[in-house]
Design a protein around this ligand. Structure first.
Ligand SMILES: *Cc1c(COP(=O)(O)O)cnc(C)c1O
Length: 391
C-alpha cells in the first residue's frame, strides 16, 4: 500500500539516535536544547519549547495565553480535532469560522464579520487558532490587522507548514502571531516519532510554557541561585504537566531538520507533477499559493466535481493499494462537538469541501513512477465512470 503520507528515515538519522542511546541521556540531556536552537535558527525566532506532541503544544500555548473557563477560542472547522480541543482542555468554549473555498484556510471576510458581531455582543474570543491547511499559510498580516484591532491573541497551528514560506520568511517566525505550533508526527514535514513545539517572540510566554511542560516546577528561582537553599531544592509554582520530549526523539528531529529543505523541495516538485498529470480530469486541484505564500505541501488534496463518486474512487484506489485519505471530517460534526451544541449545516463551506475532497499520496520518498501509476489509475477511474454514465 502506498500511504498518503510517510516519514523519511535515512541511515544518518538512525546513527544519531543510536549515538544517544549509547552515550547520551535518554531525557533532559543536550539534544532537546540543541533541537530547540536549530529550529529557532531555521525559522528565525528567539524562543522554542519542544514538547511531546503538537496537541500538548497547543494546550500549553492556550494556557500561557490565559485561556480559561468562560473564554471562547475560535478556529477553522476544517482541521484536525486538536486545533479545537486545546481550548476545551482549558475549560473554554470553542466556536468556528468557516473556510475560504479558494485557500481552504479560515475565511478572513467571515472572520471580520464575526469579530464585528462579537464585539457588539461583548463576546470576543480570547484567542484564534488559525491552521495553515495543507501547508499554505493564512494571510497572517491581514489576519493580524483584523484581530489586533480587537486585542485577540493569535496562535498559528502550523502542524502542516514547517518549511513553508510567507512574505519571504519561514512560517514559525511569529511575525504576526503570539505563538506558533509545529507537529513532528511521522506524517508531518519532519518527525520525532511523536513531538511538537511552541515558538514565540515573547520571553514571558516562553518561560511559562517551559515551566508548564515540566509540572510547573521551577529550578532557577532567585532563592536557589543565591545559594540560600539546599542543592536538591525545587519549587512547584502551579499545576503543570509532563509534556517533555525525550533526547532520543530530539536526536532524530535534529538529524531530520538538516534535510527539511530538501524534503520540502521534493514535495513541491511532486505537487507540480500532480498538477500536470491531473490537469485534464474533472477535479479541482489544490490551492497553488503565490509569490508571497509558498506551501510546504504537507498534503495534496483534490476535490471531485462529482462528490457522489468520492466513496467509489476511495474504494477503487484502495483496491489498487493506493492509501488515499480524507482530511478532514469537519470538527463540528464530531459527536463530542455535537453534544456541545453544534449541528450539521452550520459551516457549509467546510462541509461542501469535505463531501468532495480526497488526499493523494505525497511524501518525499514517493517516486515519479509511483506517482505516474496513481495518475494512471485516476484517469482509468474517470474513463470508466464516464463510460458508465453514458450507458
Ligand atoms: C497533526 C496535527 C495536529 C496534532 O499533532 P500531534 O503532534 O499529533 O499532536 C494538530 N493540528 C493539526 C492541523 C494537525 O495536522
Amino acid at each position: 500500500m502506498i500511504p498518503y503520507g510517510r516519514h523519511s528515515i535515512e541511515a544518518e538519522d538512525i546513527d544519531k539516535v543510536v549515538e544517544v542511546l549509547q552515550h547520551g541521556n535518554l531525557t533532559q540531556g543536550d539534544q532537546v536544547p540543541a533541537l530547540e536552537q536549530a529550529l529557532a535558527e531555521y525559522v528565525d525566532v528567539p524562543y522554542v519549547s519542544m514538547v511531546n506532541s503538537a496537541t500538548s503544544a497547543l494546550h500549553l500555548a492556550c494556557v500561557a495565553l490565559g485561556v480559561s473557563r468562560g473564554d471562547i477560542v475560535w478556529t477553522s472547522p476544517l482541521s484536525f480535532v486538536a486545533s479545537a480541543n486545546c481550548a476545551r482542555y482549558c475549560g473554554a468554549d470553542v466556536d468556528f469560522v468557516d473556510i475560504d473555498p479558494e485557500t481552504l484556510n479560515i475565511s478572513l471576510p467571515l472572520l471580520e464579520r464575526k469579530l464585528v458581531l462579537a464585539a457588539s455582543e461583548q463576546r470576543l474570543p480570547k484567542a484564534i487558532v488559525v491552521v495553515h491547511f495543507t501547508g499554505l499559510s493564512v494571510d497572517m498580516q491581514a489576519l493580524q490587522q483584523l484581530a489586533g484591532a480587537y486585542r485577540v491573541a493569535l496562535i498559528e497551528d502550523a502542524s502542516h507548514a514547517l518549511g513553508a514560506d510567507y512574505q519571504g520568511r519561514k512560517v514559525g517566525c511569529c511575525d504576526f502571531a503570539d505563538a506558533v505550533v509545529f507537529s513532528f508526527h511521522p506524517v508531518k514535514m519532519i518527525t520525532t516519532g511523536e513531538g511538537g513545539a511552541v515558538l514565540t517572540r515573547h520571553w514571558q510566554l516562553h518561560d511559562h510554557v517551559r515551566r508548564l511542560r515540566s509540572h510547573g516546577i521551577e529550578k532557577n528561582t532567585a532563592a536557589i541561585q543565591s545559594g540560600d537553599c539546599p542543592p536538591w531544592y525545587y519549587e512547584q509554582h502551579e499545576l503543570g504537566f509532563n509534556y517533555r520530549i525525550t533526547d532520543v526523539q530530539a536526536a532524530l528531529g535534529l538529524s531530520q531538520l538538516q534535510r527539511l529543505d530538501e524534503m520540502v523541495a521534493r514535495r513541491r516538485q511532486l505537487a507540480s507533477r500532480y498538477d500536470h498529470l491531473l490537469g485534464d480530469l474533472p477535479l479541482v486541484l489544490p490551492p497553488r499559493g503565490n509569490e508571497a505564500s509558498q506551501s510546504s505541501w504537507h498534503l495534496y488534496v483534490i476535490q471531485l466535481q462529482q462528490p457522489q463518486l468520492r466513496a467509489e474512487l476511495y474504494a477503487f484506489l484502495h483496491a489498487h493499494n493506493i492509501g488515499v485519505q480524507v482530511h478532514y471530517i469537519p470538527i463540528h460534526w464530531q459527536p463530542y462537538y455535537q453534544q456541545l451544541g453544534f449541528s450539521r449545516g452550520q459551516f457549509p463551506l467546510a462541509e461542501a469541501y469535505y463531501e468532495q475532497c480526497l488526499t493523494l499520496p505525497l511524501f518525499p520518498g514517493l517516486s515519479d513512477e509511483q506517482q505516474n501509476e496513481i495518475a494512471r489509475l485516476l484517469h482509468l477511474f474517470f474513463k470508466q465512470s464516464s463510460a458508465e454514465l453514458s450507458l
